[in-house]
Design a protein around this ligand. Structure first.
Ligand code: TRP
Length: 451
């Protein structure tokens, strides 16, 4: 397995996540860090943290230190609106960001990079600027449906928002990066359009808090009024944490390098936390992707269709015949239904039961598929309910900047921590098979058959 198959614009075949961590210079998330997270935020870790799905980070510790000292931090994530309908895989970073917003009680800014999609798809698809801008608002409904705090969240279209301090930071980043650096970091070259070549700086600049002085620094040190009535923020920055899929990391390496170079002017390196991709339904790629072959679980599909797609296409780690399956059991690592359950069934007790029954052959492929379909359809159903509640007024609220954002922090009820032995089993050490070990016979059969 190589790591060259992962760039912000393509993810092909299988991804070696351990190698990516090394290549991108990230830190794996271990039990110690998860303990610190729970201690500082008084929030139980999301099962995606415990189970090593959000598996890598840079400087999450610094964010927690800031939070512990009562300093403000903020969150930044984004979406390139390239299709009418988002799919299940797209939800993962947003659902997790919602969890982090609550845990850190933090303001969140969400960049809708309609410009990015125009640069990278406009010529191929023959679509105008307006098309991608319209998709911004369509996709924003799905994002809002994840439950972000309306008093703490600002969603913006790049087309409509770039200007002022955000643009000034973009210009600073643009002017600090050579073409050679862009080529080396993103694999872009002189056959690319000008838009494509400058794009990366536009994804970096929201990671600096002085890009949103009105939202993140409503009080503080400002310059005298300029002739047009605006003022410049001169006070200290607050730290940014960016939840995202690992393929977006190159942007934030660049954003961190910029901050390092300009730390004398107060810039702070954004921290990052990375998720793995949701496997494609047919199990043939590490990422559910609209450009692949496998059927996609769209958030707009009715739940009957979702169930049908799962029952028909979810790749099975079961054995070819029932007799063989009863004897040898299913391969958990290969079984797409099991892998999806690791995402969508939060209950460890339930997961343990499923793992043991399926691995031992007591549970059949059709049964595990049906269980997975139950969990996934429930999530999609809930999502659709929430999306329906996103009225034009709600949408407008999230895009409106002329309002007071709530930067207060609520006291939390203290939670009970686990023992260090328990934390040691979290994150990178998490046993994704819940102790369900294949029989020797099953191991022999599976290795013999190239599994
Ligand atoms: N480039 C991302 C995409 O194609 C969208 C995006 C913009 C983003 N800003 C971001 C993603 C910040 C993560 C963090 O979907």
């Amino acid at each position: 397995m190589s790591t060259d198959n992962v760039t912000p614009w393509k993810v092909e075949g299988f991804v070696d996540y351990q190698k990516l961590i090394q290549k991108f210079g990230c830190e794996p998330i271990d039990g110690k860090l998860i303990k610190r997270f729970e201690q500082v935020t008084q929030t139980k870790a999301h099962c995606w943290l415990r189970r090593g799905i959000f598996f890598s980070n840079k400087d999450l510790k610094e964010v927690l230190d800031d939070y512990e000292q009562g300093k403000q931090v903020y969150l930044y994530t984004g979406r390139g609106p390239s299709s009418e309908a988002m799919h299940l895989g797209h939800l993962i970073p947003f659902m997790f960001t919602k969890f982090m917003q609550d845990a850190l009680d933090a303001i969140l800014v969400i960049q809708m990079s309609d410009d990015e999609k125009y640069y990278f798809k406009g010529n191929i698809e023959g679509k105008p600027v307006e098309y991608y801008n319209r998709l911004t608002y369509e996709n924003a409904k799905d994002i809002i449906a994840c439950g972000f705090n309306p008093a703490k969240t600002f969603i913006f279209s790049n087309f409509k928002t770039l200007g002022g301090e955000l643009y000034q930071n973009t210009v600073r980043v643009l002017n600090s990066i050579t073409g050679n650096r862009i080529k080396a970091t993103y694999g872009l070259d002189l056959n690319c359009t000008n838009g494509q070549l400058v794009w990366p700086s536009f994804q970096c600049s929201p990671a600096y808090s002085n890009s949103f002085p009105d939202i993140l620094h409503p009080t503080g040190e400002y310059s005298d009024e300029l002739p047009d009535g605006t003022k410049t923020y001169n006070g200290p920055h607050i730290r940014c944490l960016v939840p995202m899929a690992i393929d977006q990391d190159p942007y934030f390496r660049m954003a961190r390098d910029f901050a390092e170079r300009f730390k004398g002017e107060g810039y702070l390196k954004p921290a990052t936390i990375h998720t793995k991709f949701l496997l494609s339904l047919d199990g043939f790629s590490s990422k559910m992707s609209s450009s692949g072959e496998a059927p996609i679980l769209f958030l707009t599909d009715n739940v009957k269709l979702i169930r049908k797609k799962i029952m028909k296409h979810a790749y099975s780690g079961g054995k070819p015949t029932i007799e063989q399956h009863r004897q040898l059991g299913g391969n958990l690592a290969l079984d797409v239904s099991y892998q999806y359950l690791l995402y969508f069934c939060e209950d460890d007790v339930k997961m343990k039961e499923i793992a043991h029954k399926y691995r031992s052959g007591e549970m059949l492929s059709g049964e595990i598929k049906a269980i997975m379909a139950d969990y996934v359809t429930k999530i999609v159903e809930e999502h659709q309910k929430h999306r329906e509640k996103v009225t034009p007024e709600v949408l407008r609220h999230f895009f409106n900047r002329n309002r007071k954002f709530d930067n207060s922090r609520k006291e939390k009820e203290p939670i009970e921590l686990e023992t260090d032995e328990v934390y040691n089993t979290y994150g990178i050490n998490f046993d994704r098979s819940f102790g369900a070990i294949p029989s020797l016979e099953a191991i022999q059969y599976e290795s013999h058959n190239g599994w």
